[in-house]
Design a protein around this ligand. Structure first.
Ligand SMILES: NC(=O)c1ccc[n+]([C@@H]2O[C@H](COP(=O)([O-])OP(=O)(O)OC[C@H]3O[C@@H](n4cnc5c(N)ncnc54)[C@H](OP(=O)(O)O)[C@@H]3O)[C@@H](O)[C@H]2O)c1
Length: 251
């Protein structure tokens, strides 16, 4: 039997890197996409199995089609899709420009929608598929200064829930994982922004984000990966937004 094919967006570092390596370790052929080709190559080198590197900006309107076509040519149809690429900006609401708003919706909501839409017909036809979106605790609660990111991530969880309902009888599951603050370059950028805007030291800014999780520390990419793998391995879980946030959101 051929190994299942997985496609991971935002696979160059952080959570995407961790899930790509884990899927490879567990027998998947893994397609890796993000903009930074050098980072993708480094992740591919850490994967024990077959990989395909596809540098692309996921916000380009035709990139979902181009990425899926490249994967189908080289590795066959996508069995496991991890919608992980994302980015965050912060600003008080009156200072959020139309361009900021659109950019946050483009990368965190529209791009996952286009990939999910492209993945569904083949998965339905074959009666099997696993789609996991990396959403956020910002899919469930509002925090100050991240309105555009929060709106996009709420939308992403809505997309996941609707897709799961629509596909429930087809063998295709659709879930989200909802992390708190994870120890990645995205959180390093948040620490830098807090330091810049408040004058706090980097250590104090990091302690502030540690304390956001009731467990008192950042979440690790491996902990997020464990939750993604649960969604990949368990056909009884669909339509869920699984919190990996150290107890921040109790739902
Ligand atoms: N870190 C956290 O605290 C946290 C918490 C909750 C949810 N999340 C979510 O987890 C996901 C991964 O975050 P992370 O912490 O691992 O962040 P990260 O270390 O910054 O990695 C983000 C990945 O997404 C890719 N990416 C960003 N914009 C892209 C674009 N326009 N086109 C293609 N790829 C793009 C990046 O590659 P390039 O820049 O090379 O394109 C990178 O590989 C995101 O969806 C994020 O919203 C993170």
């Amino acid at each position: 039997m051929t190994s299942p094919t997985a496609l991971v967006t935002g696979a160059g570092r952080g959570i995407g890197r961790a899930i790509a390596v884990r899927l490879s370790q567990q027998g998947h052929r893994v397609a890796l996409t993000a903009r930074s080709a050098d980072q993708l190559a480094a992740v591919a080198a850490d994967c024990p199995g077959e990989t395909l590197v596809i540098p692309a900006d996921i916000t380009d309107a035709d990139s979902a089609h181009r990425i899926f076509a490249a994967v189908e040519d080289a590795l066959g149809p996508v069995d496991v899709l991890v919608l992980n690429a994302g980015s965050a900006t912060s600003a008080p609401l009156p200072r959020v420009t139309d361009a900021d708003w659109s950019a946050q919706l483009d990368v965190n909501l529209t791009a996952p929608f286009r990939c999910l839409r492209r993945a569904i017909p083949s998965m339905k036809e074959r009666g099997f598929g696993r789609i996991v979106a990396v959403a956020s605790m910002a899919s469930k609660i509002g925090e100050p200064y991240i309105a555009a990111y929060t709106a996009a991530k709420h939308g992403l969880l809505g997309l996941v829930r609707s897709a799961a309902a629509e596909l429930a009888s087809t063998g295709v599951t659709v879930n989200a994982v909802c992390p708190g603050y994870v120890d990645t370059s995205m959180t390093a950028a948040s620490i830098a922004a807090i330091t810049d805007k408040t004058g706090r030291s980097p250590e104090a800014a990091r302690a502030f984000l540690d304390a956001k999780q009731p467990i008192g520390r950042l979440i690790t990419p491996e902990e997020v990966t464990d939750a993604i793998m649960l969604c990949v391995n368990n056909s009884g879980i669909t339509g869920q937004g699984i919190n990996v946030d150290g107890g921040t959101v109790q739902s």
